[in-house]
Design a binder for this molecule. Structure first.
Ligand SMILES: NC(=O)C1=CN([C@@H]2O[C@H](COP(=O)(O)OP(=O)(O)OC[C@H]3O[C@@H](n4cnc5c(N)ncnc54)[C@H](OP(=O)(O)O)[C@@H]3O)[C@@H](O)[C@H]2O)C=CC1
Ligand SMILES: CC(=O)[C@@H](O)[C@H](O)COP(=O)(O)O
Ligand SMILES: [Mn+2]
Length: 395
């Protein structure tokens, strides 16, 4: 049995992780956490998996959670408040913590899990974007982070096929790196092929219709603007220690090739599977072992086409903005992400236009005056400043 903790258990990643646990039966779920938006589901999960500790960020819902747990038949201990996920993230030092929280609020739980010595199955890409240096410093051993984001899982899998001494997730730690480039695939989102003037009046409903993945609202909006690919470029550069200029984003509308690694001899290794997050989630829980029958494999019975096209940077400036932020300084990615989280929130509430999301992020980044060292307090201060400035601009 493997001890696991699921942070963000009521979300898209969290519920699919529990699907894997339900299907495989070889996991001991030691803790769950969520924001507090769906107490009935959290309580039902706690009861089904006989979880000893559950936490929610919203302290005002403690009594309601106690009632929901009682009704569901769970006797779990309750933790509440902004530190609940951090505490629960430190519960399984010799197990695995899956961080499926949305947003840079997931950074502290990421640090807590790493410091405790747990393996960290990382879906919360914002941890890496907001606090990459701190995340690396918090690691207690190489290979402690297993990426769950589909592209980074694909890259980690492809890296097993070649030598790469630098990447955190590579099991090969000796020898010269043979990696030349990472090829980061993007679906292109619901507005692929459109030009800027066609995106002016885009609604949240339209932007939430992802062509290939069913995900939470924030990552779905980010996919539509290609900010998701920008965050993923930063995540890949930091996770695998690759220069941002050696990461090539490419649009692949079918979302079957989840990313690729190009090696120095001209060989490229790709990881392919129909879009299903259960596969990288399951690998995150048991890396480098694979479990049987997690997802449906590619089918070769009927004709199939995999296509690739360049990114339209003029229509989708967010990806270039993210790359600029990564090159600009250690805190710029945190500012980019915090401003973007505010922009997405304002867009979803109908307070900001679709194209204004990227311009707002660009403006906030442009105004940011960065200190050169990075501490958790400085990340928090930079984020607070970026969020406040983003709210002012959105208003
Ligand atoms: N969904 C996907 O397929 C993929 C997601 N990712 C990444 O994984 C992460 C999660 O995405 P996704 O599952 O789609 O998002 P969802 O919006 O579906 O779920 C987010 C989860 O985080 C919880 N949460 C929110 N705030 C807090 C908090 N302060 N403390 C603890 N938990 C909190 C939510 O709880 P509540 O329900 O109570 O609000 C919910 O359980 C994101 O970083 C995303 O970019 C990466 C690749 C694919
Ligand atoms: C499934 C996953 O990993 C998402 O982050 C995905 O990448 C979103 O699709 P896009 O390629 O459209 O951003
Ligand atoms: Mn992804």
């Amino acid at each position: 049995m493997i001890d696991i903790v699921i942070l963000g258990s009521t979300g898209s990643i969290g519920t699919q992780a529990l699907d894997v646990a339900r299907q495989q039966g070889n996991f001991n779920v030691r803790g769950l956490s969520a924001g507090g938006g769906n107490l009935a589901l959290l309580a039902q999960q706690a009861a089904e998996f006989n979880v000893p500790v559950v936490g929610i960020a919203d302290p005002s819902k403690a009594d309601e959670l106690a009632q929901a747990l009682k009704s569901a038949g769970s006797e779990a201990e309750i933790m509440t408040g902004e530190n609940a996920s951090e505490q629960i993230g430190a519960l399984v030092p010799s197990g695995t913590v899956l961080n499926g929280i949305t947003g840079s609020i997931g950074l502290k739980p990421t640090l807590a899990a790493l410091r405790a010595g747990s393996t960290l199955a990382l879906a919360n890409k914002e941890s890496m974007v907001a606090g990459g240096t701190l995340v690396k410093e918090a690691m207690t051993r190489p290979g402690q982070i297993v990426p769950v984001d589909s592209e980074h899982s694909a890259i980690a899998q492809a890296l097993l096929g070649g030598r790469h001494e630098k990447g955190l997730t590579s099991p090969v730690v000796t020898g010269k790196s043979e990696v030349k480039k990472l090829v980061l695939t993007a679906s292109g989102g619901p507005f692929r092929g459109k030009k800027r003037d066609e995106l002016t009046g885009v609604t949240a409903e339209q932007a939430l219709k992802h062509p290939t993945w069913a995900m939470g609202p924030v990552v779905t909006i980010n996919s539509s603007s290609l900010m998701n690919k920008g965050l993923e470029l930063i995540e890949a550069s930091l996770l695998f220690d690759i220069d941002p200029d050696d990461i090539v984003p490419v649009v692949h509308p079918q979302s079957v090739i989840h990313s690729m690694v190009e090696f120095i001899d001209g060989s490229t290794l790709a990881q392919a599977s129909p879009p299903d997050m259960k596969l990288p989630i399951a690998l995150g829980l048991t890396w480098p072992e694979r479990m049987e029958g997690i997802a449906t494999p590619c089918s070769w019975d009927s004709p199939v086409q995999w296509t690739f096209e360049p990114v339209d940077h003029e229509t989708f400036p967010a990806l270039s903005l993210a790359k600029q932020a990564l090159k600009a300084g250690p805190l710029h990615p945190a500012v980019l992400n915090a401003a973007n989280e505010e922009a997405v929130d304002a867009f979803l509430r109908g307070r900001l236009g679709y194209l204004e999301m990227a311009s707002l992020v660009e403006q906030v980044l442009g105004e940011f005056d960065s200190p050169s060292v990075i501490t958790l307090d400085e990340v928090a201060a930079a984020e607070d400043w970026a969020r406040a400035r983003a709210r002012e601009i959105a208003a």
